[in-house]
Design a protein. Structure first.
Length: 558
């Protein structure tokens, strides 16, 4: 009888020893974690999704016996020569904006940006302070690159940080682990010791250069050729893009919170009513596709012939057959808008944006993420620009009334952004001083050698750039309209749809683009209306389009 008792005692001791060993391990880990928190520098957590080689957006320069920072990174709008003192003035207010080209108010001149408008208004509200609004946005940077700039600006003692990011999340190709978020990834967000170990021994699948944007030429090639992006087309990879975006934003908000820095988190407005999706999903089934094509053309025919009710019915039939075809939802939005159904139209335009398989507009789920995350942090103030742009736009659907193109606001849009940021900073008591006024005050400054007020419609460099962007993104009618506007601006004459009326002084790219896109749209219109199109002409217009894109879009520049 004694042997089983001895065996039972042995098992009990083993269990005790195991529990003690676990407790000692946990206690040891806890002590190490406490040591990291007390005695080690709080180094930035590594990004578990990508590894970007070191880079700096600023360079340190010596001016007038004082140390300054200057933005010198090739994608950081170095041509604006943004310079500010390393040491924030004792009576200074410093606000730093982070994001991509929309945050930089590209492609406007340096003084015609939302941050300059905001700075001017803040100086009027705080005349006794030295106000700096530093725009550290970088062209083409996704949130995971913005995160790296965020780490760089933390020591600059900002009184508030603006984050306006979400349009570039698909720009660079990346490799993601598709097994779901690991326990180590979750722990690294909260434990310094795990963060330290991962930073030294764990490497994400994707390595990205800090000084270059990877695969940009391929991205633009795919836009011109209207090809889907794998990161958007593959549901598992798309889910990872959304998770990576949320993780990047969360990281910046948490790090700011640790340092008591208020954050203005902007939702991302985009052009909904005047921008067609670049790539639309379609079924490979030939028979189903033929039926869809018939209803799709009938829906567009209703638009061309102003038979709106019939067009809506036909386009809805097309969507029943191909529910993920983005452009069908866009044209349904246009028909519903003409029918006075504003709310359903807005929903259709948003659906078209979100179904684009080659997106360069922030997906709607990104804004939902921002709204949800903002609610979790007391130091975060949500500035809902997407809703504000809807409020300000014609019929509540943002288009060219607020945007130059797909995501870059025009002057009116940039003023709206500046006003929203100003009222949040001033009225919510974010800044460390009491304002003299709550009113947004600014005035247009003299621009150019003639000292006139800046007019973006007369900015030929900007307008030529818009034509190039419209053509690249297959916004054919917008490109055609842009050429006609430029001719009117230069000559006071109307082209009236005839390429022969274009002046020879007009840039060759614009003349060739106008002729090619006009011909293409004329053939497409005849197809929609059920009119006969000679096969020879159809083949000719196809060759013209290919020749135009091959000649004018080298896909190698950004």
């Amino acid at each position: 009888m004694s042997e089983p008792e001895a065996l039972s005692l042995s098992r009990g001791k083993t269990m005790v020893f195991r529990l003690v060993a676990i407790l000692i391990s946990v206690l040891g880990l806890a002590l190490i974690e406490v040591g990291f928190r007390l005695f080690s520098a709080d180094a930035p957590a590594s990004d578990p999704y990508v590894n970007i080689s070191p880079f700096s957006i600023f360079s340190r320069v010596r001016l007038h016996g004082q140390d300054y920072y200057r933005i010198t990174h090739r994608y950081g709008y170095a041509n604006r020569k943004t310079t500010f003192p390393v040491q924030k003035p004792a009576n200074g207010i410093r606000v730093i904006a982070l994001g991509g080209s929309a945050c930089a108010s590209w492609p406007h001149p340096a003084e015609e940006t939302f941050d300059r408008y905001l700075e001017q208004a803040l100086r009027a509200a705080y005349p006794d302070q030295i106000v700096e609004v530093i725009n550290a946005a970088a062209h083409g940077f996704a949130s995971y690159r913005v995160r790296r700039i965020f780490d760089e600006i933390l020591p600059l003692a900002p009184d508030a940080v603006i984050i306006y990011s979400g349009n570039n999340e698909f720009l660079e190709r990346r490799e993601y682990s598709l097994s779901g978020r690991s326990l180590a990834e979750a722990l690294s967000r909260n434990l310094h010791v795990v963060r330290w170990l991962r930073g030294r021994f764990a490497r994400p699948k994707t390595e990205l250069p800090g000084e270059e944007l990877k695969d940009v030429a391929m991205f633009f090639w795919k836009k011109a050729k209207q090809e889907a992006l794998e990161l958007r087309e593959d549901p598992a990879k798309f889910a990872k893009v959304k998770a990576h975006y949320a993780a990047s934003i969360e990281y910046m908000l948490e790090e700011a919170g640790k340092r008591g820095i208020p954050v203005l988190l902007f939702t991302v407005p985009v052009n909904l009513r005047d921008w067609l999706p670049t790539v639309s999903h379609s079924s490979p089934e030939a028979e189903r596709r033929q039926e869809w094509q018939r209803w799709y053309h009938l829906g567009q025919r209703g638009l061309l012939q102003n038979e709106v009710a019939e067009g809506i019915q036909s386009m809805r039939r097309a969507i029943e057959l191909e529910p993920e075809h983005a452009e069908s939802h866009f044209w349904l939005g246009r028909l519903l808008e003409l029918d006075g159904q504003t709310d359903p139209a807005l929903a259709s335009y948003k659906r078209a944006r979100d179904l684009d398989y080659n997106p360069f507009r922030a997906h709607g789920e990104f804004n939902s993420t921002l709204r949800q995350i903002a609610d979790l942090h007391d130091h975060v103030l949500l500035v809902d620009l997407a809703s504000e742009f809807e409020r300000l736009s014609e019929r509540g659907i943002p288009g060219f009334d607020l945007f130059l193109d797909y995501v870059h606001p025009n002057k009116r849009g940039n003023l709206a952004i500046a006003k929203a940021a100003f009222h949040t900073l001033v009225q919510d008591g974010v800044l460390p001083a009491a304002p003299r006024t709550l009113e947004f005050r600014r005035r247009d400054l003299p621009y150019g050698p003639e000292g006139k007020v800046y007019d973006e419609e007369a900015d030929l460099k900007l307008q030529h750039r818009m034509f190039r962007i419209y053509a690249l993104n297959h916004q054919h009618q917008a490109a055609i309209d842009k050429v006609e506007d430029l001719v009117w601006l230069a000559t006071g004459q109307r082209v009236e749809g005839d390429p022969a009326n274009l002046p020879l002084s007009l840039r060759r790219q614009l003349r060739e683009g106008y002729r090619t896109l006009q011909h293409y749209e004329a053939v497409r219109r005849r197809d929609i209306l059920g009119l006969s199109v000679d096969p020879t002409e159809r083949e000719a217009v196809k060759r013209e389009m290919e020749a135009f894109y091959d000649k004018w879009y080298d896909y190698g520049s950004f």
